[in-house]
Design a binder for this molecule. Structure first.
Ligand SMILES: *Cc1c(COP(=O)(O)O)cnc(C)c1O
Length: 428
């Protein structure tokens, strides 16, 4: 496999960009080796600067649910772009976007657009603190909510891959306000709320954890958290930056029938452009400036080109049967991988939701962060490279979820499973 041009670029990048990358997990640190540089992408495929082609199960970490460079999205961007890139005054697409989100996710009676998932969660927490007059927040071990100071406490994949429990630079005074719970542990949550429930502004959770590989909620767990928050006057925030519009049209909250107080989004609603959003109950959202006193702003928020890309993507996923199709493909992929591992005698299991999956080099089931951490990561790393050499790009970390798009057809899944049979044999 030719890698000369990627290697040359990475060498130059290392001189000028910390770690050679603009986001840590891209650096291949945990799997070893060097990242490849993308030239272009189309449908289910990424093409690198050395002419290699990969079936892509990362999908830009979530946004590309309809596949790369979808003509409908590109046309919307091109059309919008011709009228100017940014106005600094309101534009009509922002209204359409707010209406679309509110229609697809009924718990979001009002919405504010921002530029990343990180901004969305930061803003949601500020709102929760301002609205409740309380300071503490609760998160879960292995959940990632962007790189805001308050969230870099036991924060999942990116941080975990680097072996950092927490990040230096986060003042202890702030980190102390963030309490962490083990995901899927009913009693731990009950106990914490009984002790200090009246001090908790908000509990924030990835309803399906996608940043500690992929962990699904136990039956009734999200309902339990909803009940605890309601009883103790804390706000429930669903961070749906990853699950939103993916695991169901209405996100994980629709799939599990829960109404959070606030929700955060990103990734898919930008269709590949930098976008985030947060929304929730009207009475809460009305406290955001300039309607209310809680400040939050953004020079490029609601950018017309970004709104166009997001809206075009949201059009595509509203096609009848879109999410059923995603679920079928994800299922076929995961069943096929499990069968290939069995054939090779490799201890392996998968977890899955429509359009996202987790791969574990251990026997199932995987229901907690401890279970996820017990995966044989050394074997995953060898498997990752064995797949990469065969033209399949999995997330370059044992702690990241994988993504399936509507562009992953039978041919791509068959190619993946053929590669996997060889790769499992190689790592057995
Ligand atoms: C990706 C992600 C974020 C952060 O979004 P950015 O756009 O990278 O800032 C926050 N929460 C979850 C659940 C995510 O998956």
């Amino acid at each position: 496999m030719k890698t000369d041009r990627s290697h040359e670029l990475f060498t130059r990048a290392l001189e000028l960009i910390p770690g050679g990358v603009n986001s840590p997990v891209r650096a291949f640190k945990s799997v070893g080796g060097e990242p490849f540089f993308a030239q272009r992408a189309e449908g289910a495929y990424l093409y690198d600067v050395d002419g290699n082609r990969y079936v892509d199960y990362v999908g830009s970490w979530g946004p590309m649910i309809a596949g790369h460079a979808h003509p409908h999205v590109l046309e919307a961007v091109a059309r919008t772009m011709r009228d100017g890139l940014s106005f600094g005054v309101p534009n009509p697409l922002e209204v359409t976007m707010a209406e679309t989100i509110a229609r697809l996710v009924p718990s979001c009676e009002m919405v504010r657009m921002v530029n990343s998932g990180t901004e969305a969660t930061l803003s949601a927490i500020r709102l929760a603190r301002g609205a409740t007059g309380r300071a503490r927040i609760v998160k879960f071990e292995g959940c990632y909510h962007g790189h805001g100071d308050s969230f870099l406490v036991k924060a999942g994949s990116g941080v975990m891959t680097l072996g950092l429990p927490n990040s230096p630079g986060v003042p202890a005074a702030l980190a102390d306000l963030t309490l962490t719970l083990p995901y899927n542990d009913f009693d731990a949550a009950t106990r914490l709320f009984e002790e200090i429930g009246q001090e908790i502004a908000a509990l924030i959770i990835e309803p399906i954890v996608g940043n500690a590989n992929c962990i699904l909620p136990r039956e009734g767990y999200l309902q339990h958290l909803r009940a605890l928050c309601t009883k103790h006057g804390a706000l429930l925030i669903f961070d749906e930056v990853m699950t939103g519009f993916r695991v169901a049209l209405g996100g994980a909250q629709a799939r599990y029938g829960i109404t959070p107080d606030l929700s955060t989004f990103g990734k898919i609603i930008g269709g590949g452009m930098p976008v985030g959003a947060y929304g929730g109950r009207r009475e809460l959202m009305q406290q955001i400036a300039p309607a209310g006193p809680i400040y939050q702003a953004g020079t490029l928020s609601g950018n017309p080109v970004a709104m166009a890309a997001g809206l075009a993507t949201l059009d595509l996923i509203q096609a009848p049967g879109f999410h059923d199709g995603l679920e079928r493909r994800t299922h076929a992929l995961c069943e096929g991988l499990e069968a290939a591992a069995r054939e090779a005698g490799v201890a392996f299991c998968t977890t899955r939701a429509p359009g996202m999956f987790g791969l574990y080099f251990r026997e199932g089931p995987v229901e907690t962060f401890e279970d996820a951490k017990a995966s044989d990561t050394a074997r995953f790393n060898r498997f990752f490279h064995a797949m990469l050499r065969r033209g399949v790009y999995l997330a370059p970390s044992a702690f990241e979820a994988g993504f399936v798009s509507s562009a992953h057809g039978d041919a791509e899944i068959a190619h993946t499973l053929a590669a996997a049979r060889e790769a499992f044999a190689e790592v057995a």
